[in-house]
Design a protein around this ligand. Structure first.
Ligand code: SAM
Ligand code: SF4
Length: 335
């Protein structure tokens, strides 16, 4: 079944090449746009996929054409033995790229090992460079540790993208401060529209700061900002301020402007397949595997799901069955 060069094309002509793997739903921060202050009800350990189950799914999907994995969560580094798992994933030669999204609080100690494993593309979530605002947004006073991780990553030659969710009344003043940070630092700052995945049920945020407004703010300060090319399936529209070492990106995560080229699937920490961020889960892979299904049965179920993807995030949201309103925490989905 290992067909070299195989890639599955979905029912809308998009290749499936990229899997985002949430290795845990647990987190050491409490970002208010992701989960309530008291946290979310964490899944019992047996409800999470084991590393062996994740490895098996990476193996199966890589034979179907997935060549890039992003490790996310929850906070990936709160799961025990993550580095050993990454070492195992590295043995899969069909996986060409392994990237990680992390909040950076525990990450610094693992950097030498990540470097050795050639995992050098890391997205760090930093919504603000101001310690008090960081504390307010994440409900933890951890900015110094995160910045320490960031500078260590830059010293060691990691390629760093910084994710900043832009929220009315919380950190809009940081748009220009973060853009200024790229003058001396070779990082890509990606401004992300806030999405409704805050684990709060009905609290659906009204989006004031959409991609257009974020761009207008940047252009007001930097009128000579120029557009860069981005990878074909990129979610970010990329920009450069002339003379700056780093670059900028804007991700229209709520406006959903990039669905036409979406090559991504997601595996939640409890082993549910999502073929769109906005769906409520289309296949229970954990149940299927634990019922004794062999690899070809798992592959057949995946293939069926890949061939019935929604056209875009709006259709996926409309099709939701179990949780009608988008209300789950990003921490369980894998942002
Ligand atoms: N804990 C890690 C971190 O924060 O980087 C990885 C998981 S986190 C869910 C992944 C990304 O999703 C983060 O960059 C975070 O800012 C983003 N995110 C979480 N909730 C979001 C929301 N409601 N809207 C937009 N982005 C969100
Ligand atoms: Fe944790 Fe990341 Fe969610 Fe913040 S965004 S609470 S760091 S999972």
């Amino acid at each position: 079944m290992n067909q070299p060069g195989r890639v599955i094309i979905d029912n809308h002509g998009r290749p499936i090449e990229y899997m985002r793997l949430a290795v845990t739903d647990r987190c050491n921060l409490r970002c208010f746009y992701c989960m309530p202050e008291e946290g979310i009800k964490y899944l019992p350990k047996k409800a999470l996929l084991t590393y062996e189950e994740m490895e098996r799914l990476v193996d199966i999907t890589s034979k179907m054409g997935v060549s890039k994995i992003r490790i996310t969560g929850g906070e990936p580094f709160v799961r025990k033995d993550l580095i050993d798992f990454l070492g195992k994933l590295r043995e899969n030669e069909r996986i060409k790229k392994i990237n990680i999204t992390t909040n950076g609080v525990l990450t610094k100690q693992y950097l030498p090992r990540l470097h050795e494993l050639d995992i050098k593309d890391i997205n760090l979530s930093i919504d603000t460079l101001d310690r008090a605002r960081f504390h307010h947004i994440t409900r933890r006073d951890e900015l110094p540790k995160v910045m320490d991780t960031l500078y260590a990553m830059l010293d060691m030659g990691f390629r760093v993208k910084i994710n900043a969710v832009i929220m009315e009344g919380k950190n809009t003043e940081d748009i220009l401060e973060l853009a200024a940070f790229t003058k001396e630092h070779p990082v890509e700052i990606r401004f992300i529209e806030e999405m409704p995945f805050n684990g709060e049920g009905a609290n659906y945020p009204k989006l004031t700061w959409n991609f257009k407004k974020i761009y207008t703010e940047l252009e007001s300060q930097y009128p000579d900002i120029t557009r860069l090319t981005a990878e074909p399936a990129s979610t970010a529209v990329r920009y450069k301020i002339p003379g700056h070492a780093g670059s900028l990106g804007i991700i229209a995560a709520f406006s959903r402007t990039f669905c036409g080229s979406c090559n991504r699937i997601r595996l939640t920490a409890q082993g549910t397949l999502k073929t769109c961020l906005y769906d409520d889960g289309v296949l229970d892979l954990k149940a299927l595997m634990r019922s004794g299904a062999d690899d070809s049965a798992v592959e057949a179920a995946l293939l069926k799901a890949f061939k019935s993807r929604p056209r875009d995030g709006f259709e996926a949201e409309k099709n939701r069955t179990t949780l009608k309103n988008v209300s789950e925490s990003m921490s369980t989905i894998g942002g």
